[in-house]
Design a protein around this ligand. Structure first.
Ligand code: ATP
Ligand code: MG
Length: 180
């Protein structure tokens, strides 16, 4: 535990204590035709670096909607979303997609692997988009990640040719590709 007389404590600044994820008074509604369906109503929360958090609740009550806001996939109707020091509610779609590629690894509820790419190509794609890793390291990393999740023998198949659990594993490998 850090204490105030600890040398490390004295070298830390206020920003070192800022939550890594912070939502302030967030509202999110979906528009279906003329009807607005409120899903998130005045949500505020702080999550610190290293915290392991589970969001639980009944089906349809807004968990994926909340995760989409934290991951910069969607924007709030109102309120502020700060993640890793970035004000996501203020970024353009283009800025958000660059930010996501560098910072976020997400396993989608329905995996969302690209159907025309092999399992291996699905892992390579985010690395090629973001170019965080040198090109020569990407293939080796993709193979390493597929091995880590136990589907290296499925690398050349299309997602439709592997099982649901294998797709889920490939989606986990893809989420780790850029070391988010
Ligand atoms: N793109 C959308 N357009 C319109 N309504 C949506 C959309 N996505 C979700 N909803 C609605 O918003 C509500 C919250 O959906 P969400 O997907 O966040 O729920 P969830 O908590 O993740 O549910 P589950 O546990 O079933 O995955 C639901 O009532 C859903 O019907
Ligand atoms: Mg969901």
């Amino acid at each position: 535990m850090l204490e105030s007389n600890c040398p490390l404590y004295n070298t830390l600044t206020d920003s070192d204590y800022a939550p890594i994820i912070q939502l302030q008074n967030v509202y999110k509604s979906y528009i279906n035709g003329q009807i607005s369906q409120p899903v998130l109503h005045d949500i505020s929360l702080d999550i610190d670096a290293g915290e392991f958090v589970a969001i639980v609740g009944a089906s349809g009550n807004g968990k994926s909607t909340l995760l989409n806001l934290l991951a910069g996939i969607d924007k709030p109707c109102q309120g502020q979303v700060h993640v890793c020091g970035s004000a996501l509610h203020q970024l353009t779609e283009e800025q958000l997609s660059v930010w996501r590629g560098k910072n976020i690894g997400i396993v989608f509820q329905f995996f969302q692997l690209l159907p025309s790419l092999s399992v291996l190509q699905n892992i390579l794609l985010p690395m090629d988009f973001v170019a965080k890793k040198p090109k020569r390291e990407r293939l080796e990393r993709a193979r390493y990640l597929l091995d880590l999740v136990g589907v290296s023998d499925q690398a050349q198949k299309l997602p439709s040719q592997v099982s649901g659990g294998q797709q889920q594993r490939a989606a986990i490998a893809r989420a780790l590709a850029n070391d988010p």
